[in-house]
Design a protein. Structure first.
Length: 259
């Protein structure tokens, strides 16, 4: 059994005891994949920090450099999370903290934002810890478009040719890689662009990675049937709920039930 915590809301940031309760009641838990934009509770919340010492864990850390902006009004900026991130990196295997630059919001300065975040994370996590980045392009959910318009912003339309140029830039920022090694860009649900150099399909909930990082016994890997067609995530139980609303207030978010 794998837990995903959670695509539906930021459990580590706002509801850590929901995680603790679920884990304490589980008898056959094999690992957890966390999703968050605020890493700090993993070092300051005593019971949550105990969980990551006890259970094999991967942390999907989303950082776009937009924290505190109109796009992500209540996401804490990266600079105030760096100390916690450095501490957390000492408690987990290299590459257990996975950076997500997700979604790509093509503001005029997005390339500079990406490089600034990448540089800071490289300093904190080191080259062995920052093995690449997971990216996706923003999806035009109706409620998200309404929020963006209400904020006086333009919806970030991205044409296919722009996506290819964007992926080429992102891949080049990691320099040359060996052909047989992992590719630096993990792309979510955009199968038509997997022919780009340096790009591979993302598997955010990745059973094989958990097994490799924690020397676990190999088990059967099943695709998560509840995700989109091109998603390659392993099957997992999402322990979050839309009834526990995320409080970051990101304009583009599909999980926010309120317009």
């Amino acid at each position: 059994m794998l837990y995903s915590a959670s695509r539906r809301t930021d459990l580590p940031a706002f509801y850590p005891m929901e995680i603790v309760g679920k884990v304490r009641r589980s008898r056959k838990l094999e690992g957890i994949v966390f999703w968050t934009k605020d890493i700090r509770n993993f070092t300051t919340h005593l019971e949550l920090s105990a969980i990551i010492r006890e259970a094999p864990a991967i942390i999907q850390f989303t950082c776009t450099g937009l924290g505190g902006s109109q796009w992500e009004p209540r996401v804490p900026p990266l600079d105030i999370q760096l100390d916690a991130l450095a501490t957390l990196a000492t408690r987990l295997p290299p590459a257990a903290i996975r950076w997500r630059f997700d979604p790509i919001i093509p503001t005029p300065d997005w390339r500079e934002r990406f490089l600034q975040v990448k540089e800071k994370l490289t300093v904190v996590l080191g080259k062995s810890g920052l093995d690449g980045v997971t990216v996706s392009f923003v999806d035009p959910y109706l409620k998200a478009r309404v929020r963006v318009a209400a904020a006086g912003l333009a919806w970030p339309e991205v044409k296919p040719e722009d996506k290819r140029e964007t992926l080429a830039f992102l891949a080049s920022s990691f320099g040359e890689r060996k052909k047989e090694g992992p590719k630096p860009l993990r792309l979510c649900c955009e199968a038509e662009f997997l022919d780009q150099p340096g790009v591979e399909a993302a598997a955010c909930v990745d059973r094989r990675l958990l097994e490799r990082l924690y020397n676990l016994k190999a088990g059967e890997v099943k695709k998560d049937p509840g995700q989109r067609r091109d998603c390659t995530c392993s099957s997992a139980t999402d322990i979050g709920s839309y009834a526990l609303p995320c409080q970051h207030g990101c304009l583009y978010c599909y999980a926010n039930p309120k317009i």
